[in-house]
Write a protein that binds this ligand. Structure first.
Ligand SMILES: NC(=O)c1ccc[n+]([C@@H]2O[C@H](COP(=O)([O-])OP(=O)(O)OC[C@H]3O[C@@H](n4cnc5c(N)ncnc54)[C@H](OP(=O)(O)O)[C@@H]3O)[C@@H](O)[C@H]2O)c1
Length: 360
């Protein structure tokens, strides 16, 4: 994109949280978007961002953002027409529709609308073709506004690893066991006395989200009379077990799959390495060079060493080996607050702008 093209003004609601801070970091020097408005809860309203947020990232809080004033979260009239939302689902259910009603494109991280029949749940490489669901939303018809969501952070890495296999060999059964980082629970999140030296075998509603979102993401857009008005979920059987572990960033997953067609290890690894996804030609700024990186070392991927691959946007896969119950098993690692949250939403917004749903 040439430098004279204007940047789109954007706002962030939920700007002070773990995902909100990642938005600030990723959008600081974004070539297409300019952060013009910030909001959080009523507790933060009226404060400077630098006072209201407890900055938890390793990069410095940029001064320009520290000096921005937090706006009321209901002031939809003053907000820019593109809103990145990083709110808990309960608040998102109330606030996100207000922005959509006011004509905003709401690019959401929360689970509140992910499974709504008229809301696209999108990973650009995997199912950009689900975006036309936007046209079925009542907000779109009333004001031009709409909601688009990215997936749950544990579904993200899984779906990027499964999509090339589904495409080439078909999927019959998927078993997933997660080891999820503490940053996935927001800030301050899980109490240190609960998680240090421990594993918690329960994350509320996570297994249900991982299962249903994976099938929606890998489903196909259809509808009565071929009307492209609904997503038919992918028909494979899927079971997830989710655990919280004492890792800062990076969700690791042990996966086993049964395929529709037989495949060799070489064919599976080639499917991952060659996977470009559907939007490679658009050259979107957040698109990783390699969507899925296959690691050959027997003890990789590991969160400490591999979570930032592809600037946190690549999914690392390793340990492909035969499974005595299903066909194959392997390990997946994905950055939960970048690829699984803020980076996913920024990537979705780039796709929306490239496809003309968001203007300059
Ligand atoms: N963390 C992850 O890895 C991850 C990954 C994928 C998706 N998500 C989803 O992203 C969303 C945000 O998660 P997070 O981890 O960033 O949570 P978080 O650290 O707890 O941040 C929550 C944000 O919401 C704001 N907020 C709280 N109550 C509010 C209210 N009543 N009205 C308006 N704003 C309110 C907070 O503002 P104050 O500072 O003013 O309280 C803060 O900005 C959640 O839906 C989560 O499920 C998170």
């Amino acid at each position: 994109m040439s430098p004279e093209i204007k940047k789109t003004p954007v706002g962030i609601v939920g700007a002070t949280g773990v995902v909100g801070q990642r938005f600030i970091q990723l959008l600081e020097n974004h070539p297409w978007f300019e952060v013009a408005w910030l909001a959080a809860s009523d507790r933060s309203e009226g404060k400077l961002y630098g006072e209201a947020t407890k900055w938890r990232l390793k990069t410095k809080l940029p001064e320009r953002f520290a000096a921005m004033r937090i706006s009321p979260n209901t002031d939809t009239a003053a907000a820019p027409k593109v809103i990145f939302a990083a709110l808990d689902a309960a608040f998102a259910a109330d606030l996100e529709p207000r922005f959509a009603e006011a004509g905003c494109a709401v690019v959401s991280n929360s689970s509140a609308f992910r499974m709504h029949a008229d809301v696209p749940l999108v990973i650009p490489e995997v199912n950009a073709d689900h975006l036309p669901l936007i046209e079925t939303q009542s907000w779109r018809k009333m004001s031009g506004g709409f909601i688009v969501t990215n997936s749950n952070c544990s579904a993200m890495g899984l779906v990027l690893a499964l999509a090339p296999l589904q495409k080439q060999f078909g999927l019959r059964t998927v078993m997933a066991v997660t080891m999820q980082a503490v940053s996935g629970a927001g800030y301050p999140g899980v109490p240190s006395l609960d998680i240090l030296g421990n594993v918690i075998p329960y994350i509320a509603k996570e297994e249900e989200k991982m299962e249903e979102e994976t099938q929606k993401l890998l489903g196909r857009l259809d509808g009565p009379g071929g009307g492209r008005s609904a997503v038919i979920p992918a028909p494979f059987a899927m079971s997830a077990s989710c655990n919280r572990v004492a890792v800062e960033d990076g969700h690791m997953e042990s996966i086993a799959v049964k395929l529709e067609k037989p495949a060799t290890a070489e064919e599976i690894i080639a499917a991952w390495k060659d996977y470009k996804g559907g939007v490679w030609d658009l050259k979107l700024p957040s698109a990783p060079e390699q969507a899925v990186i296959y690691m050959t070392a027997p003890d990789r991927p590991q969160p400490r060493f591999d979570v930032d691959r592809g600037a946190g946007m690549s999914t690392s896969v390793g340990r492909l080996r035969p499974c005595k119950v299903l066909d194959w098993k392997f390990t997946v690692l994905s950055h939960n607050t970048i690829r699984g949250a803020a980076g996913a939403a920024v990537f979705n917004a780039e796709l929306l702008r490239a496809k003309g749903y968001i203007s300059q």
